[in-house]
Write a protein that binds this ligand. Structure first.
Ligand code: F6P
Length: 376
């Protein structure tokens, strides 16, 4: 029998830095301001299925008065990004009811938010979402928790690679995450001084990538280069005849970064030495940067306030430097949100002489792909 309001919190989908800072903010605000009980649900919907939840208190994790959650990477609750959630919806809903929750705060990316929204509709849950993902592709929010730390991690990697590239006159190809969105590649590429940035939203021509590398060498005497490749780009075959050579095809063994490296080696008129770095899950680790802690804290506070005001089926969002509430239905309809190819960031990259692909102002990626019949 409970004698005060009880809310649940869970993290769902791929982890990222800043999740624990959200949990900390939710627990602090819910207990200090509203005197609610907060239950942390383990491993997202898996925890609801198995009834795995723990009471979270402000000082539960204190280490001699030090509160580590603000700076701790990952999620103390655990998370899953797979599962037969919809097939087991009725069991999950029963698990939710057994916890006697008055509301649920779910921290997730666009996939998780969609699933949780569906469950909330079916189970009549009072649900509020908080966006997190290093991909930054949740619609209607300029920032998702975890994105900025990942941008910093990639930028740091690009800085390190620049020195070794320059020492050996090599072209470094750096494959970054982001699924079908190029936010990570674009922002880290600009911040890290990349010469070429390939993102899923803008098709590229390998011939022009090579021309760009030649120009760097001929006009500016730059014998090395940094190329950032988003994992989700379409592998476009070059127009040159490559029948004499087995080019690598993007597979789990040979990623898109290696594919681009092979093409450069094949296409360039100069002898270019390439090396490929796949940054992988390093991008999801590490301690959250200051901006992610700030966004996480502000989102956590805002989500608790939405629960207090009885405003459900909403997601907290960052818009123009403010935290606002947006309807979940709209978020789901518009996610995943790609890079706006006419944004000031794309314009900035081009203005600085970075090659960011071929899309003209009035072109569409569908049209470009139609015109290039040799896409794999
Ligand atoms: O959505 C976050 C993300 O890190 C993507 O950028 C990446 O493609 C994917 O998750 C990797 O997922 P997993 O952790 O299952 O390998």
């Amino acid at each position: 029998m409970k004698n005060r309001k009880r809310i649940g919190i869970l993290t769902s989908g791929g982890d990222c830095p800043g999740l624990n800072a959200v949990i900390r903010a939710v627990v602090s605000h819910a207990t200090l301001t509203y005197n609610w009980e907060v239950l942390g649900i383990s491993y997202a919907t898996q925890g609801l299925l198995e009834g795995k939840a723990m009471a979270l208190t402000m000082h539960g994790l204190d280490l001699r008065g030090i509160d580590p959650l603000l700076s701790m990477g990952g999620t103390i609750l655990g998370t899953i990004n797979k599962g037969d959630t919809l097939a087991r919806a009725s069991e999950i809903i029963a698990g939710y009811e057994a916890l006697e929750l008055d509301a649920l705060i779910g921290i997730g990316g666009d996939g998780s938010i969609n699933i949780l929204h569906n469950l909330a509709c079916q189970g009549n849950w009072n649900f509020v979402a908080i966006p997190k993902t290093i991909d930054n592709d949740v619609a209607l929010t300029e920032r998702s928790v975890g994105f900025d730390t990942a941008v910093n991690t990639i930028t740091d990697a690009l800085n390190r690679l620049t020195f070794t590239a320059a020492s050996h006159d090599r072209v470094m190809i750096v494959e970054v995450m982001g699924r079908k969105a190029g936010h990570l590649a674009l922002q880290a590429g600009i911040a890290g001084g990349a010469d070429v940035i390939l993102i899923p939203e803008i098709p590229y021509s390998i011939e022009n990538v090579c021309k760009h590398l030649d120009q760097l060498r001929d006009r500016w005497g730059r014998k090395f280069a940094i190329i950032v490749v988003a994992e989700g780009i379409e592998p476009i075959k070059p127009s040159f005849d490559c029948s004499d050579r087995e080019l690598c095809k993007p597979t789990p063994d040979c990623g898109i970064g290696q594919y681009i490296a092979d093409q450069i080696a094949h296409c360039s008129t100069k002898k270019i030495e390439t090396r490929v770095s796949v940054l992988g899950h390093i991008q999801r680790g590490g301690i959250p940067c200051a901006l992610d802690r700030l966004v996480a804290t502000a989102f956590g506070k805002a989500a608790v306030d939405l629960v207090a005001q009885g405003q459900f089926d909403q997601m907290v969002a960052w818009q123009n430097g403010q935290v606002v509430a947006v309807p979940l239905q709209q978020v789901i309809l518009q996610s995943p949100a790609p890079v706006n190819t006419e944004s000031y960031l794309v314009e900035t990259a081009r203005a600085l002489g970075i090659y960011v692909g071929e899309l003209g102002k009035d072109d569409t990626i569908e049209q470009f792909i139609d015109d290039h019949t040799n896409i794999l």
